[in-house]
Design a protein around this ligand. Sequence first.
Ligand code: ZN
Length: 495
Amino acid sequence: MEHKALKDYMRKMNDFEHAMTLIGWDLKTGMPPRGADGHISALTTLSSEIFRMTTSEELKGYIEEVKASKTIYDEITIGSVRKLERNYEQIKNMPEKFYVDYVELTAKAEHVWEAAKQNNDWKGFEPYLEELVKMSEERAYYINPQKPVYDVLLDEYEPGMTGNEIDTLFTTLKNSIVPLVEAIKEQKREEYRGFKGTFSKEMQKEAAEYLLDYIGFNKLAGRLDESEHPFTTGKAPDDVRITTHYIEEDAMSSIFSVLHEGGHAIYEQNIHPRFKGTVLADGSSMGIHESQSRFYENIIGRNKAFWLPIYKDLQGIITPYKNMSLEEFYRGINKVEPSLIRVEADELTYNLHIILRFELERELFTGQLAVKDLREAWQDKMKKYLGVVPQTDAEGVLQDVHWAGGCFGYFPTYALGNIYGAQFKKALEKEKGDISTLLMEGKIGEITAWLKEHIHQCGSLKLSQEIIAESCGTGVNAAPLIEYYHQKYRALYNL
Ligand code: ZN
């Protein structure tokens, strides 16, 4: 049985979020320059209304009623209550003054960070980061004083996962990737000249639309626009919007952004319509979301078999590629090279950028590392894991916005996404056969159908650990990812 009053309440919250999402999207895409003030004001009003609704006595009453009742409620009511209660627990003990101060600090710190990054001014940002760590500790205490601080922070992005668990997964991954990257580095470096050229925006847009159609992005329930940084937003499942950016001298950047954001979007579009208007019409966790975007970007998009049926079409659109063989293209998009910047890293070394950030941020909250020593610790780990050391803070400790926004515990979800994705690949292959064979035959729809059945359609009814247990029959485990990397890169680099 459903709980009618709770359902109506969620529908109202959902409508406020719907409006916020569209205003937020417009702010970053097509808004005229003078529209910003009005947009921001509307967003502030709507978000404080949602905050009020998330913590109201009325909602608390519904949650308690459902939990205490002998009535057998349907899956959607039970799942929604579990999620709403989790959100409620996050804020129920937080003094309003603290909450306001915290939001203010993150806004200020992001602003300071922007200037600090531009001017390579670590010292200018350091006191803000110190304050952010302190306030995050306090915040974690209000949420759950019994759990380790870092685990509480992690819970916001990957519910149910702990720092210890991630540490075990990442240590296994690191111990396997570092030597693999070392071995690759010793190989002769190849130049891929075929990728050079001038690529008009029209050409890149045509390729983006073509690829979105090919991978199954539904344009009746989504659209593609342009923004400075690519992102996915919208209201699942019927209106999911993605963006990309077109760089004139590099067509690859948009192509892989589109495959990545397209993966996020296909996930959201495939959420079962029965969750519409509830808090469950959403992805399960950040890690699961990243597992889907990275599945399309890397496991599918960097597989030669994916391009085999469509490479001629791509060459017809991106005409400067017409003399580049598929083999050169494939090697070029899988070139491994340790570098300084996370967002520009290749599929393999990307994980090391994440592991480094996870280890450092966790140490900040276990007392093993002080903010004043963070910059040196960053340099040391870069040298140890990647063999390169940043010369400037903009290329080092100041490169990402996450910490400035108080988002501690966010970084690991990217590499967890890689781990989950390889587990899904293994489970899918057990049922449907080799992914490369399916791709070669143009049967990408069968791959998406499997992902939809096991992951997409559940929305956030299940936690990531539950999805993995049910679809893969195991716990979270890094072995399939390690196996996938070794197979792929040993073949590519003749190791
Ligand atoms: Zn993503």
